[in-house]
Design a protein around this ligand. Structure first.
Ligand code: NAD
Length: 475
């Protein structure tokens, strides 16, 4: 772990094994942080942030760019560790390090925007605001893109003058340990701290530490709600949550079936086994194009190459962990029981190479309905559910009929329908004739139980600051 610029073990000396989900081999281990380690990290961060903040935006920006360059230098090594530790496939995962570095550069460029405001008043008064850092920002991250979250989603907090404490996911912590070495070599001690360990001990101790007021969480809605509660039991805290989704892709009758099929597959993120919060896992097709789109999807999904995530041609790897594997299997069972029509997949793949590891087949169910578990619950796995609609109002109702509201995609060539629909969808991040993509500087976040707050744009940086008003009496 990285605490106060030192690479350290946990106080208890305990470790957790990290398992390659493709082979079930132990490929590394990470220290299991306890509340005492969290306290050590808080002390280090508290010692570091005033000086880091006092450096000013230009020097912090320079340091962030240097951090990005150092990460880039070890990109290939990080990629290999990440692919083996997560099970995500290597070709698209090349983008994750790049996204982290781009984000460091983006927030480095924005650091001079940490401006306050002045307010109109009488001649003898002056009122202004200063943006000041919270001091310590904790970032708790999920397993689907560990390195990317540890870098890209701490950049704004660092640019704003905070020290950060990162808790990587317990099932895939190894890339963060490489990052610990990099941060140690380029950032001032205590500015960037990494604590490995599980949620109930390390994570909870971070959330409950009275000196960490700002917590930024990415993970499941269930954990997000636990974090809000635990934080509130200790102190008044600023908690932002990026949570799960059960996102609709709504295709109108005029949309090109081939393009919709392609988008539906892209939107499922099979390259990381559908383990993406933004996956459009409910495909809602107008009844006129239902059969044509479904046929093309089934044909393409059944040809996806399942196999070694390190092979550049692989289309889908194993589930991240036994927990995720079991969850997907439980959906295979309940979906059929609930009456969904299995079109492809729906089982564990056959063959000697799949005897070890957490393998499931990419899967499509047709005729999904709001009465089914698959309709409402996030799988966070490679299961696409396809449902149908006939009227505009019906599509709106179906799209919004879940507790989540993270992303939503609308496919039509009619701009009137597209805009009308996109305004009706209760989701934070929407696309018209697009899917899946995040865009630099464009805010990302969820409505309803998909979260609180927006990340990835300038407002993420502002969210790591508090405004201090200064009232100056001139007479
Ligand atoms: P998770 O909620 O199980 O765990 C996420 C992180 O929280 C891990 O680091 C874990 O150790 C920690 N944690 C667990 N219990 C905790 C507790 N009591 N206190 C503090 N920390 C705790 O989620 P996961 O299974 O790792 O990730 C999958 C979920 O993440 C999905 O629901 C997915 O949609 C969501 N996700 C959301 C976004 C987004 O931007 N909205 C992005 C990626 C993933």
């Amino acid at each position: 772990m990285l605490i106060g610029g030192e690479l350290v073990h946990s106080v208890t000396g305990e470790f957790d094994d990290s398992i390659n989900p493709a082979t079930e081999e132990v490929i590394g281990r990470s220290p299991r942080a306890s509340a005492e380690d969290v306290d050590r990290a808080v002390q280090a961060a508290n010692a570091a942030w005033p000086q880091w903040s006092a450096l000013g935006p230009a020097s912090r920006a320079k340091a962030l760019r240097a951090f990005g360059e150092a990460v880039q230098e070890r990109a290939e090594e990080i990629l290999h560790v990440e692919v083996k530790d997560t099970g995500n496939t290597i070709t698209p995962m090349r983008g994750d390090v790049g996204m982290g570095v781009t984000s460091l550069n983006y927030y480095a460029g924005l650091a001079h925007e940490l401006k306050g405001e002045t307010f109109p008043s009488t001649e003898d008064k002056l009122h202004l605001t200063l943006r000041e850092p919270y001091g310590i920002v904790a970032r708790i991250a999920p397993f689907n893109h560990p390195l990317m979250f540890a870098v890209a989603r701490t950049a704004a907090a660092l640019a704003a003058g905070n020290a950060v404490i990162v808790k990587p996911p317990e099932t895939s912590p190894l890339s963060a340990m490489v990052l610990a070495e990099i941060a140690q070599s380029v950032l001032p001690p205590g500015v960037f701290n990494i604590l490995t360990g599980d949620g109930p001990s390390a994570g909870d101790a971070i959330v409950r530490h009275p000196e960490i007021k700002r917590i930024a969480f990415i993970g499941s809605a269930k954990t997000g709600r636990m974090i809000q509660k635990a934080a509130a039991e200790v102190a008044v805290k600023h908690v932002t949550l990026e949570l799960g989704g059960k996102n609709p892709l709504i295709a109108f009758a005029d949309a090109d079936p081939a393009k919709v099929a392609e988008a539906a597959i892209k939107g499922m993120n099979f390259a990381w086994q559908g383990q993406s919060c933004g996956s459009t896992s409910r495909l809602l097709l107008h009844t006129d194009i239902y059969d044509a789109v479904l046929e093309q999807i089934v044909e393409k999904v059944s040809c996806l190459k399942l196999g070694d995530p390190m092979d550049p041609d692989t289309g889908m790897g194993p589930m991240n962990s036994l927990r995720q594997y079991d969850k997907v299997l439980s959906f295979f069972e309940s979906s059929v029981k609930d009456g969904a029509k299995l079109m492809t997949g729906g089982k564990v793949p056959e063959g000697t190479q799949f005897q070890k590891g957490f393998w499931v087949e990419p899967t499509v169910y047709a005729d999904i309905k709001p009465s089914m578990r698959l309709w409402h619950e996030e799988v966070f796995g490679p299961i696409l559910g396809v449902g149908r609609w006939s009227t505009f109002d019906e599509a709106v109702e179906l799209a919004n009929s879940v507790e989540y509201g993270l992303t939503g995609a609308v496919w039509t060539n009619n701009i009137h329908d597209a805009l009308k629909m996109v305004r009706k969808i209760r989701s934070g991040h929407t696309w018209i004739n697009g899917v899946g993509a995040h865009y630099l500087g464009v805010p990302f976040g969820g409505y309803k139980n998909s979260g609180v707050g927006r990340e990835e744009g300038i407002e993420e940086m502002f969210s790591y600051t508090e405004a201090k008003t200064v009232n100056i009496v001139l007479d």
